[in-house]
Write a protein that binds this ligand. Structure first.
Ligand SMILES: [Zn+2]
Length: 227
């Protein structure tokens, strides 16, 4: 990991012990049945239902007209945070069939999470009252593929691939496709970083005020799967 990636992350995410903690921690959070809070569960269902409409070509494109623009003029009240990849094929509002003011979206290549991403999530949670954070990895992710291939990354791109290396390490030795496994690990690890981050989000997860859920979007089917 480069020094800049360490600085950006604010912690050493390659630390084996910490990663194990993330994995154990997140195993519970990814199972919707384990989210005991009915309001958060309902929010998750809203996203899942929107994605089902999208994947079935039955999208309703809600909240995208003038009426909605007027409604949110005075302020925003999104119901979920999506931490996703910058990949142009993964626009959260479209694939969850939502509209203006519905989702607070944080997108970086490889859906990596560092301090500025954490700050964005904290803002949504603390100032806007959002209680559900979904980390959305996706099939055929170029950032994860580049990290798996290794080699020299140009300019600042290395700061992204460095942050994905722990997921590659976790995926190695598992049966199945290395890159697809790494994509799933990467979403879980990012969710774990959010769910265990101090001083705010980890505490809120522990207190049941928010939930952080890793998920995987399949480019071929249009479906989102919870991890
Ligand atoms: Zn991607």
């Amino acid at each position: 990991m480069t020094q800049s990636a360490k600085d950006n992350a604010g912690f050493n995410i390659a630390e084996q012990e910490k990663m194990n903690y993330y994995k154990q921690n997140i195993k519970m959070k990814g199972d919707p049945a384990m989210i005991s809070d009915s309001a958060i569960n309902q929010t998750l269902q809203t996203l899942i239902e929107g994605n089902k409409r999208f994947a079935a070509m039955k999208a309703t494109h809600p909240n995208q007209g003038k009426e909605r623009r007027d409604e949110v003029k005075g302020g925003q009240k999104p119901f979920a945070v999506i931490v996703g990849c910058s990949d142009s094929r993964i626009p959260p509002e479209i694939l969850f069939d939502q509209g203006i003011g519905d989702l607070f979206v944080v997108r970086l290549a490889g859906n990596v999470v560092h301090d500025t991403a954490l700050g964005s999530v904290e803002y949504a949670v603390d100032h806007l009252g959002v209680r559900l954070v979904v980390v959305l990895g996706h099939s055929k992710c170029g950032a994860v593929t580049a990290a798996a291939k290794g080699g020299e990354a140009h300019a600042h791109i290395g700061s992204i691939t460095d942050m994905i290396q722990p997921a590659i390490a976790h995926a190695k030795g598992k049966s199945g496709d290395l890159i697809d496994n790494a994509i799933r690990e990467n979403a879980r690890l990012a969710a774990g970083i959010i769910a265990s981050s101090g001083p705010m989000l980890g505490k809120m997860v522990h207190e049941g005020k928010i939930a952080v859920v890793p998920a995987y979007y399949d480019i071929d089917t249009g479906m989102v799967e919870l991890l």
